[in-house]
Design a binder for this molecule. Structure first.
Ligand code: PRP
Ligand code: URA
Length: 209
């Protein structure tokens, strides 16, 4: 599919299978989400540009590679995005963080926005938006609309599961934003849930219903 990378590394796929299992505990689900975030962060940042800096090892001076440019921004769509965010920050502890509070109305499936806090300078930074689920895409499209309103111009979207319907809508709304996902599932059901999916990601992370 256009603009979509499926991260099909065996470790990611193995962990995802355990997460999908309805009998996986809350603690297990949370731990696996964090672990998968490590592996996916590695892939989504694979092409970052490097520059050489001079350093001194205990033995000698050398030119060594370091990531070029401004600090990355991770933008978490609350609540479930925070599960991925924690793992991403394990790998990139100096990243800046945006929190975007959005939930979808269960009847209309339309996004309801309740919070937004982001670093002030978003232009010319790579912004990686994280949310485990891309279902109708209403939430992620709204979140990226907000970031673009504030100057973001280099965005990637990272999720665990994506529905084909959501990918289509997302790619039409934001053709410049590449999607990274661990799997593309079959379809959405009549209530907008991903099938086969893993259920409600936020509820499974936090033990709510
Ligand atoms: C879930 C998920 C996404 C959204 C995806 O959040 O974490 O944000 O649904 O669905 P969409 O693509 O159809 O918009 P939810 O609305 O359940 O909020 P929560 O994380 O606060 O529980
Ligand atoms: N949000 C979820 O948490 N799960 C789905 O299947 C769809 C949207």
């Amino acid at each position: 599919m256009r603009g979509v990378t499926v991260i099909d590394h065996p470790m990611v796929q193995h962990k995802l299978t355990i997460m999908r299992d309805k009998d996986t505990s809350i603690a297990g689900f949370r731990r696996l989400l964090r672990e998968i975030a490590h592996l996916m962060c590695y892939e989504v940042t694979r092409d970052l540009e490097l520059e050489m800096i001079e350093i001194e090892t205990p033995m000698t001076r050398m030119d060594a590679p370091t990531i070029k440019g401004k600090k990355l921004v991770f933008a978490s769509i609350l609540r479930a995005g925070n599960g991925l965010l924690d793992g991403m920050l394990d790998l990139v502890p100096a990243a800046r963080v945006a929190h975007i509070g959005i939930y979808r109305d269960h009847e209309t499936l339309q996004p309801v926005e309740y919070y937004f806090k982001a670093p002030s300078e978003l232009d010319n930074r790579l912004i990686i938006v994280v949310d485990p689920m891309l279902a109708t895409a209403n939430s992620s499209i709204a979140a990226i609309d907000k970031l673009k309103e504030r100057g973001a111009n280099n965005i990637r979207f990272l999720c665990l599961l994506a529905a084909p319907e959501g990918i289509e809508k997302f790619s039409t709304a934001h053709p410049d934003v590449a999607i990274f996902t661990a799997a593309i599932d079959s379809h959405l059901n009549e209530k907008g849930y991903i099938i086969p999916g893993l259920g409600d990601a936020g509820d499974r992370m936090y033990g709510t219903k």
